[in-house]
Design a protein around this ligand. Structure first.
Ligand code: ADP
Ligand code: MG
Length: 231
């Protein structure tokens, strides 16, 4: 049985529709969608050990089925440069989560590699009542949220569709390189779209998928946050 099937069955068994970031990223990795390296810490000592193993700087995040928007809960701390900072952040994140939702069940604190800053893009999927599995692409921040500058295609998509999705957003010139923003690896982004298409076609029980953000580099791209919601 694939890791993806196991994760989905386990979530179903526990009556959960929202997969944890650890689960969503394990699924992404199985579909060759690049994600940040991560380890789930259950204690402060583990957080420190994992941070040393991954190499500084690292990012710490809350993992709880009840906390979907982690930054809203003070559950994301980036650019932690030392063991001392990691140990402090571990407790701060747990404290913030407790304040945000005292009833939230805490699975642990995710320690992950800090991806270098770059242009942020969003890859999404929704199961449309009429069209079925549908893919979305856009640039992060104001481009999607404020300007609704996104492209959609019904899955499954071809390589040509994927290229059209990336080049079809109004903000595309930013991806081609603009002033001090280097050009993004368009092939790496189209590969993520194609692999996401494969994933949602293989698992029609995926109702929503959000890779938000994916950092686009001159060479390659990396998903730093992934969310999957089941039907
Ligand atoms: P949320 O649940 O709030 O969407 P995210 O995991 O997306 O939480 O984290 C919030 C922001 O922190 C991201 O949009 C990104 O800018 C930054 N971030 C998160 N993880 C990483 C990482 N591993 N490397 C670099 N930046 C990160
Ligand atoms: Mg996010």
């Amino acid at each position: 049985m694939s890791k993806t099937s196991k994760i989905i069955s386990q979530a179903r068994l526990e009556g959960r529709k929202v997969l944890l970031e650890t689960e969503a990223k394990t699924i992404c990795a199985e579909y060759n969608i690049p994600v940040t390296a991560f380890e789930l810490a259950k204690t402060e000592d583990e957080a420190a050990l994992f941070a040393e193993r991954l190499g500084f700087p690292v990012v710490l995040k809350i993992v709880s089925p009840e906390i979907i928007h982690k930054s809203d809960a003070g559950g994301v701390m980036i650019n932690l440069k030392s063991t001392v900072e990691v140990r402090d952040a571990y407790w701060k994140i747990l404290e913030n989560a407790q304040k945000y939702n005292a009833a939230a069940h805490i699975v642990g604190v995710l320690v992950q590699e800090m991806a270098p800053q770059s242009t942020e893009v969003i890859v999404g999927a929704v199961k449309d009542a009429q069209f079925g599995q549908t893919l979305m692409f856009g640039l992060g921040g104001i481009f999607v949220e404020l300007l609704k500058d996104v492209t959609f295609r019904i899955a499954p998509i071809t390589h040509e569709d994927a290229v059209d999705m990336v080049t079809g957003v109004k903000a595309y010139p930013l991806l081609k390189g603009y002033r001090n923003t280097p050009p993004a690896d368009i092939e790496a982004l189209t590969a993520i779209l194609l692999n996401t298409s494969r994933l949602i076609m293989d698992y029609p029980e995926i109702k929503e998928l959000d890779l938000n953000p994916v950092l686009a580099y001159e060479k390659g791209a990396k998903t730093v946050d992934a969310r999957i919601i089941l039907e």
